[in-house]
Ligand binder design. Structure first.
Ligand code: C5P
Length: 245
């Protein structure tokens, strides 16, 4: 990424995965991170439990929100879902590239429709889930029925997302260079599978440290358990920021 980051710029590129069963548990972590200008990622576990009101509360406190609900349905339904989350004011959300170009384009139509009011929300960044990082080549080939390597599938999905007018993709840090080469430097990459040096791998397999992921050119790093499960989450995120600057 060229020039060194300031502390604030580094924090701006961290998305903390709030993988919690309810708002109370999430708020406890948010309180520990008070004042750090990171993003908050709300996934399906928390969103299904805590709902739009929780997201609105994050926005009121000035957080940028990645709503990680991975929409995948018929185009008309995804258009409606995209419309709703845009009106909610999320900054970034995602849809599955496996829904096809028509479904992804419908998501963009839903966004545009939500923005048509004079004082509406800002346009969210819309990204596609390519191939889940939990999918092995054997699962891809033998169960899902897609031939070739995982990286080939990821790149094909990334190109479809760009064709549909999306802004970027969720990808593993190992795929960033290929995605940017194929879809352009401004095509956004959001990368989970991040583990600071010396931390637990958990169930992630193809991991990189925050510094390594930035060196690949990724735009945002998603970090969950290395922060949320740390004895001192504040210290954990500060250490990650130190590593990034
Ligand atoms: O705790 P950990 O850092 O592994 O959390 C990673 C987060 O990123 C989780 O919320 C997980 O759902 C999400 N994610 C992922 N791999 C993807 C897409 C999302 O790990 N391909």
């Amino acid at each position: 990424m060229g020039a060194a980051l300031t502390r604030e710029q580094a924090a701006n590129r961290i998305m903390v995965a709030l993988d919690y069963p309810d708002a109370g548990a999430a708020e406890a972590l948010i309180g520990r991170l008070d004042g750090v200008p990171c993003w908050m990622k709300v996934g399906m576990q928390l969103f299904y439990a805590a709902g739009p009101g929780f997201v609105a509360g994050l926005k009121e406190r000035g957080y940028r929100v990645f709503l990680d609900v991975k929409m995948h349905d018929i185009p008309n339904t995804v258009k409606g879902g995209a419309n709703s989350v845009t009106r909610l004011g999320v900054d970034l959300f995602n849809v599955h590239a496996a829904g096809g170009v028509g479904m992804m384009a419908a998501a963009m139509e839903g966004v545009e429709a939500a923005l048509s009011g004079a004082s509406g929300p800002e346009r969210p960044t819309v990204i596609a889930v390519t191939q889940l990082t939990s999918t092995s080549r054997a699962v891809l080939n033998d169960e899902i029925g897609i031939a070739g390597t995982v990286e080939q599938a990821v790149l094909r999905y990334a190109k479809l997302a760009k064709q549909a007018g999306l802004d970027g993709v969720v990808a593993s840090p190992q795929e960033v260079v290929a995605v940017k080469t194929e879809c352009g430097a401004s095509f956004v990459t959001v990368t989970p599978g991040i583990r600071p040096a010396g931390s637990e791998t958990n169930d992630q397999s193809r991991i990189m440290t925050p510094r390594e992921a930035l060196a690949q050119g990724t735009d945002y790093i998603v970090i969950g358990r290395p922060i949320t499960a740390a004895a001192d989450p504040r210290q954990a995120i500060e250490t990650i920021i130190e590593e990034m600057i």
